[in-house]
Design a protein around this ligand. Structure first.
Ligand code: ADP
Length: 536
């Protein structure tokens, strides 16, 4: 017997109309501190949907953005999916080659872009005949546009009349499965592949990850996604803040630490999210400001070391909470933090629990599978295997039918991560399979080795990668960035490490750098480091 509840669709249109009617007095705040009420923002979103219609952008068409985190970008974030087009967020750090490939592959019809990316786009315009319209966000300067395919964003908004009806009412029940967003994986482990989010998956991800005890955003929060809006929808925070009616602070293109720290202090930010490299950089600037409103700092994308989290706890009173995710997982799959059962543990034991990637979000299933035999391993906190995930906001395939080998025969996603899960469901990442170092038939976890090296007080950043070795197949090499005032010698690092690891884990070399190269999403680029070790 079926239940008798209403088959109403889960849509971003509902989130939009909710914020428009319930939270019109709350604000999105831009990098220069200008607040725009959600009421005024929503009116512009309504105009933008009409502007897209005037440009003849069909339902289902891909509408791309190449832009920093700002309020106009948030307008596109809403207008595109609520009018049944598909929002494709492009990584602003892509090279011209990659941009051309991804825009073509996605079949983008329109691209909205920040003016600062115009010079790059000019260099590849003739290779992108499929893009019918380029829409340039203003940056306060007067500038000419390359040709008639280009438009000024504000001209489009001014010329359009706001759509007055209900967007939600245009969706039938099954249309909750319409595509709402498209985001490409970074391609660090192969060619970039498109992950196609639906309205339903986006709303469920929002509800699931924003629940109390997880990210738990409420109307009282002020949310700062430092993580770019192109990086898996800024981890769901913009839609989460809109659903809750929380104020959003969008920091613009600058990742300057003083700028970010000023925004956090001035706007009394309560929740902020960034990759660990950003948190490492930001700490000195935050230490000198009033951060007493902060309640949750999310770190994800790569492992947050316990030292970094502890340094935050000491300096600003809030640790960094781990969040594990992937573009394919919308992106949040698990969130760290402690349960009541951990209250009586001593500080060290609590830090150990907090260093785990955390518990799966509701509706997300996780299993650990033996890499060799493919058998399911117990959740005992010791058995290491590939993490596989399933759930209503986990990809079931890639755009244009690619990457079928990314999924198991029974429909679970291969994450490519090695992990353990304990009896309480806590996920702990051991390494990415491709980052493991195979030395003499044994595996060395680059993540564990990095954590051990990071215990040295003068180490600011560390990345360990494999170098080919004639006898041992691979051996670890550590790249380190030392604190500005440190004069630690490599011998001292070795000596420090020798007390913490098995001797055969000792890196063959320590290479001290001023900076470690970053990936397009701001993680330490192990690929670039590995390449730097290859003989020329
Ligand atoms: P990419 O890193 O390839 O640019 P994603 O942003 O989708 O693409 O990254 C997903 C991967 O990032 C995961 O498979 C995992 O290896 C790593 N990752 C994500 N969150 C964490 C975390 N909290 N701790 C450690 N690694 C993480």
């Amino acid at each position: 017997m079926d239940g008798l509840m209403q088959p109403r669709p889960l849509t971003i249109a509902h989130l939009f109309e909710r914020v428009e009617t319930l939270f019109a007095d709350k604000h999105v705040i831009d990098a220069d501190g200008t607040p725009t009420s959600y009421g005024a923002w929503a009116h512009r979103v309504r105009r933008l949907t009409s502007a897209l219609t005037a440009l003849d952008v069909a339902p289902g068409a891909r509408v791309a953005t190449l832009a920093a985190n700002h309020r106009r970008h948030l307008e596109v974030y809403a207008a595109v999916p609520i009018s049944k087009r598909v929002l494709h967020t492009l990584n602003v750090r892509l090279s011209a080659e990659h941009l051309v490939h991804i825009i073509e592959h996605a079949g983008d019809d329109v691209v909205f872009l920040d003016r600062r990316h115009l010079p790059l786009i000019r260099t590849c315009l003739d290779r992108l005949p499929g893009v019918r319209h380029w829409v340039v966000f203003p940056d306060g300067t007067d500038h000419a546009l390359p040709n008639a395919r280009f438009h000024h964003y504000e001209d489009l908004i001014t010329a359009a009349r706001a759509f007055e009806g209900s967007f939600e009412a245009t969706f039938s029940g099954p249309e909750e499965n319409l595509a709402a967003g498209l985001c490409y994986t970074s391609g660090t482990t192969g060619r970039p592949k498109g992950v196609l989010y639906s309205h339903r998956s986006t709303v469920l991800h929002c509800l699931g990850t924003m629940a109390a005890g997880l990210i738990g955003i409420s109307e009282r929060d002020v949310v700062l996604p430092v993580v770019p809006m192109f990086h898996a929808n800024a981890w769901g925070l913009p839609y989460g803040a809109l659903m809750a009616g929380a104020d959003l602070v969008l920091p613009g293109p600058s990742a300057d630490r003083v700028h970010l720290a000023d925004l956090i202090a001035r706007h009394r930010v309560t929740v902020a999210a960034a990759v660990p490299t950003v948190w490492t950089d930001l700490l000195p600037a935050l230490q000198t400001r009033d951060c007493s409103w902060l309640r949750l700092l999310l770190g994800g994308g790569s492992a947050v070391t316990p030292q970094l989290s502890a340094a935050y706890e000491a300096a600003v009173g809030v640790p960094i909470t781990h969040s594990w995710g992937m573009t394919e997982v919308s992106p949040v799959g698990a969130i760290g933090g402690l349960r009541s059962r951990h209250d009586d543990l001593d500080d060290d034991a609590r830090r150990h629990v907090a260093a785990a990637q955390g518990r799966p979000a509701p509706l997300v299933n996780m299993r650990i599978m033996d890499v060799e035999t493919g058998e399911r391993l117990p959740h005992d906190g010791r058995s290491v295997g590939e993490l596989q995930v399933a759930g209503p906001w986990v990809a079931g395939g890639y755009f244009a039918g690619e990457g079928a080998d990314g999924f198991t025969a029974d429909g679970w996603l291969h994450t490519g991560d090695l992990a353990t899960v304990d009896e309480h469901g806590y996920l702990r990442l051991v390494d990415r399979i491709k980052d493991l170092i195979k030395s003499g038939g044994e595996w060395i976890s680059s993540v564990e080795l990095e954590a051990a090296i990071a215990t040295h007080p003068d180490v600011e950043q560390v990345a360990v990668v494999a170098r080919d070795h004639p006898r041992w197949v691979e051996r670890p090499v550590a790249f380190v960035v030392l604190r500005a005032d440190a004069d630690t010698a490599v011998e001292q690092l070795r000596e420090h490490l020798s007390r913490r690891i098995a001797s055969w884990w000792m890196p063959d070399d320590f290479i001290v750098l001023d900076t470690i190269p970053l990936t397009g999403t701001g993680k330490l680029s192990k690929q670039a480091l590995r390449e730097s070790l290859r003989p020329a």
